[in-house]
Design a protein around this ligand. Structure first.
Ligand SMILES: [Zn+2]
Ligand SMILES: [Zn+2]
Length: 136
């Protein structure tokens, strides 16, 4: 909620569920999910992803600061809270872009390289230098 309008509802309750390390009910409900694929608009990398959003279900420790395509880390044992970010949407043009340094640049959010080039001069000079190394 970012807009502060004159709310008619007087009370807004922040219903943040405080889930602590409680016992997770092991349910054997096999949900047949459709496979979802992330495709990078730059290199055409296509990967199956498991979760899109800011709070990967694998861990409660992190909250991502943007919506990302996420999979559980296949190289770690499950339920370790390890995950891999496949990509995100460019902050500027909103294209899906992978985390490869030839495709995207991260500064306060993910940018595709072409948008990063365009926006370069609005970045702090330290970031510009970093970007120059990657892009040029
Ligand atoms: Zn890519
Ligand atoms: Zn872009």
């Amino acid at each position: 909620m970012t807009s502060l309008e004159n709310d008619q509802t007087p009370q807004k309750e922040e219903t943040d569920k405080l889930v602590e390390n409680s016992t997770e009910p092991e349910e054997n409900t096999e949900v047949v999910e459709e496979k979802k694929y992330f495709t990078c608009s730059s290199c055409n990398l296509r990967e199956e992803y498991e979760y899109f959003g800011q709070e990967p279900p694998y861990t409660k420790r992190y909250k991502l600061n943007e919506d990302c395509y996420v999979i559980e880390d296949p190289f770690q044992p499950p339920r370790q809270g390890e995950f891999i970010i496949l990509g995100a949407h460019c902050q500027d043009c909103n294209k899906p872009i992978c985390r490869d340094s030839i495709c995207s640049f991260y500064y306060d959010g993910t940018y595709c390289i072409s948008c990063a080039r365009c926006k370069k001069f609005s970045f702090p000079s330290v970031i510009q230098e970093k970007l120059n190394k990657v892009v040029l």
